[in-house]
Design a binder for this molecule. Structure first.
Ligand SMILES: NC(=O)C1=CN([C@@H]2O[C@H](COP(=O)(O)OP(=O)(O)OC[C@H]3O[C@@H](n4cnc5c(N)ncnc54)[C@H](O)[C@@H]3O)[C@@H](O)[C@H]2O)C=CC1
Ligand SMILES: O=C(O)C(=O)Cc1ccc(O)cc1
Length: 372
């Protein structure tokens, strides 16, 4: 069984720094490299590791993680292997088939390389957005090629577990089709909704609630990174987008036919409506229900929600979580809604249904305004 004591992380952005922070928490020594000196300095200042010295490695690390943009990965891998940076190599890029093929073409040693993709992330970039718990409870796709050495595979499985993630083995083409469905096409769809807002008037935008924020959060991702991801996974993403576009076009067509009939209630009874609008909404509920929760735990929708008013003052959330902890209630998830211009917000605490009564009692006794 592999044992990771020393790691090198090349690319100290959001993902590299988050992996490094998670490893540091587990006592692993981390050396970091990044061509951007400001990113490297910040990652080191955040406690993610020490700068990796230039030149041939004195002693190879147990594992090197390449967390650079997808198109940089093959050359960075080749250079790292040429200087014997580590015994085992993996990457974090969001696409896999093209990178494996390019790594082969670049003459990389494919025995020590196990392609990977941690399925935690964020719409933010850079080490400043990094978090040690970014991968906690997430899956981590591993796509060993036929040439990957089993010892190298074991080391990358250990890396994923050290970061709190669950390794999932699959072949690179299957990976790319899967992430087209669950990550890449959703990103483009989110961007399409968000792009409508760019031309929206201020009054409309002032009415924006949580729904539109949820649907557009990922659209905030770095367009340069997403351009690369989409270019590397173009055909599978195009396939999913065509299906989404067909659903949207059918729904729009049915809605239009309703407006022509001047009788919205009657139009909503029409078979086309049932199929294209109601049918789509129902399929949407079914699709969403299939998204698993962390580590197979219930989805957020299966928890009870306890709304608590929080004053906009220092450490209000800290006090709220401490009160929940003192009542021995595990807050599984939290969402914070702020109304613009109001000095108050509402924290939605997601807890198992059995804990609601205890939590409400404890918070109310401490003077919190609870609205369960
Ligand atoms: N953003 C996300 O949520 C996720 C991203 N990924 C993948 O992780 C990788 C890194 O993405 P992020 O950390 O989000 O991007 P980022 O922009 O936060 O960080 C990328 C870092 O790589 C550095 N870099 C650029 N060229 C390099 C090179 N030739 N050698 C070494 N470092 C280089 C940049 O200076 C930057 O600090 C990408 O391949 C991406 O597809 C994977 C999972 C989630
Ligand atoms: O922001 C989120 O919730 C994400 O899921 C981000 C993300 C972006 C790219 C990936 O390859 C994997 C995950």
């Amino acid at each position: 069984m592999a044992r990771i004591h020393r790691a090198a992380v090349v690319g100290a952005g959001l993902i590299g720094t988050s992996i490094a922070l998670a490893l540091r928490e587990r006592g692993v020594a981390v050396a970091l490299a990044d061509p951007d000196p400001a990113a490297l300095r910040l990652a080191c200042e955040l406690g993610a590791g020490e700068p990796l010295p230039d030149g041939p490695a004195e002693r190879p690390a147990d594992i090197a993680v390449i967390a650079a943009p997808p198109s940089a990965v093959p050359d960075v891998l080749r250079a790292a292997q040429d200087r014997a940076l580590a015994h085992v190599y993996t990457d974090a890029a969001s696409v896999k088939s093209g990178i494996v093929a390019a790594a082969e073409r670049a003459g990389c040693d494919m025995a020590t390389f196990v392609p990977g993709h941690p399925m935690g992330g964020s719409e933010r970039s850079g080490p400043g957005a990094a978090r040690a718990d970014l991968f906690l409870g997430r899956s981590w796709a591993l796509c060993p090629t036929g040439k990957s050495d089993p010892v190298a595979v074991a080391a990358v499985v250990e890396l994923a577990r050290l970061c709190g993630a669950e390794p999932v083995m699959l072949e690179a083409p299957a990976h790319d089709r899967a992430v087209a469905l669950v990550s890449h096409a959703p990103h483009v769809a989110s961007a399409a909704v968000a792009a409508r807002l760019a031309g929206g008037d201020d009054t409309a935008l002032a009415l924006a609630g949580q729904g539109v924020r949820d649907v557009t959060r990922i659209a905030g991702g770095d367009p340069r990174l997403w351009r690369e991801i989409l270019a590397h996974n173009a055909a599978p993403v195009a396939g999913v987008l065509e299906e989404i576009a067909a659903d949207l076009a059918a729904a729009a067509h049915a809605l239009r036919s309703g407006t022509r009939e001047h009788d919205p209630a009657a139009a909503a009874e029409a078979p086309e409506w049932d199929r294209s609008v109601v049918g789509l909404l129902e399929r949407g509920v079914r699709g969403r229900d299939r998204i698993p929760g962390k580590h197979g735990t219930p989805r957020t929708a299966d928890y009870a929600v306890v709304p608590v008013v929080i004053p906009d003052e220092p450490n209000a959330l800290g006090r709220l979580f401490a009160a929940a902890g003192a009542a021995d209630v595990n807050v599984e998830d939290v969402r914070i809604d702020h109304s613009p211009g109001l000095p108050l917000g509402v924290a939605q605490l997601f807890v198992v249904p059995e804990a609601v009564e205890r939590l409400v009692g404890a918070l109310s006794a401490e003077g919190w305004s609870v609205h369960a």
